[in-house]
Ligand binder design. Structure first.
Ligand code: ZN
Length: 266
């Protein structure tokens, strides 16, 4: 008879039994904050200027020990999915993080089995935009963050809850009640949203450029005029041109992706 591994009631019971009082949460997350400053060659202060994927691995190890009684790494091992992957992402400009579960079919001991793989990504675009030029209160998961490292911790906690749900339940949704229950009991989170500084807010603060603004920019020696349609890492500017694409307003536009410092407001 083979052992039953993977998501199921016994894992769910272990995860649902994790419960910390608010002062325990503060104490444990403070220890992790201190350990990051002690151990990481990149995170040298609360508003650190560089970060590596190995710092996410370090956070995982610290959180697994402080909050999960090492059950995350244990469940990953049972699933033959340890070590899992950690990644920094510049492309995440709305979500602060992302936890993925991929299932591959592999042959093991002559049988086809489903092999899960896990990855946590954290948005460096949002992290490094925050606590820079825009000076305001920053809230992640309903908790006010004093600096970039605290924001990273709150983001990472949210992603770890997704991982825990994947491991225990086989699926995860932060808009469902189960996620909210776990996030309250383990981390004392009051919500699942963040208000980190997005590229859009950053552009408004630093360059005074907002969606809808008329702008001009230099394109290979030609001065072009258009309107800002979208702001991610660059601004999407629509410039009216007879050979452009027909838009719903009946006009034709060419689309340019312009770095924000190169735009001048009209
Ligand atoms: Zn989520």
């Amino acid at each position: 008879m083979s052992m039953v591994l993977g998501p199921g009631p016994s894992r769910q019971a272990r995860l649902a039994s994790l419960l910390y009082a608010p002062e325990q949460v503060r104490e444990r997350s403070r220890r992790i904050y201190g350990a990051m400053l002690d151990e990481s060659p990149h995170v040298r202060s609360g508003n650190f200027a560089s970060l590596a994927a190995e710092d996410l691995e370090r956070l995982f190890r610290l959180y697994d020990a402080e909050f999960f009684r090492d059950c995350l790494s244990e469940m990953l091992r049972e699933d033959c999915a340890y070590p899992m992957a950690f990644r920094l992402s510049r492309r995440l400009t709305r979500a602060a993080g992302q936890t993925m579960r991929l299932v591959r079919r592999v042959r093991r001991a002559g049988r086809i089995v489903e092999q899960p793989e896990y990855e946590i990504a954290v948005s460096t675009t949002l992290l490094f935009n925050t606590f820079r030029d825009v000076d305001r209160e920053v809230v992640v998961g309903g908790l006010t963050c004093a600096d970039r490292l605290e924001a990273l911790q709150r983001i990472f906690e949210h992603e770890l809850l997704h991982l825990a749900e994947f491991l225990g339940w086989g699926r995860s949704s932060c808009s469902a009640e189960n996620f909210r229950m776990l996030s309250r009991r383990i981390f004392g989170h009051e919500g699942v949203r963040h208000d980190l500084v997005t590229p859009r807010e950053q552009a408004a603060a630093t360059f005074g450029v907002r969606v809808g603004d008329a702008v001009e920019f230099d394109m290979e020696g030609t001065l072009l005029r258009g309107r800002v349609n979208r702001i991610t890492r660059r601004a999407t500017v629509l410039v009216e041109h007879p050979s452009g694409t027909l838009f719903t307003d009946g006009r034709r536009y060419q689309t340019f992706y312009v770095p924000l410092p190169l735009l001048r407001k009209l």
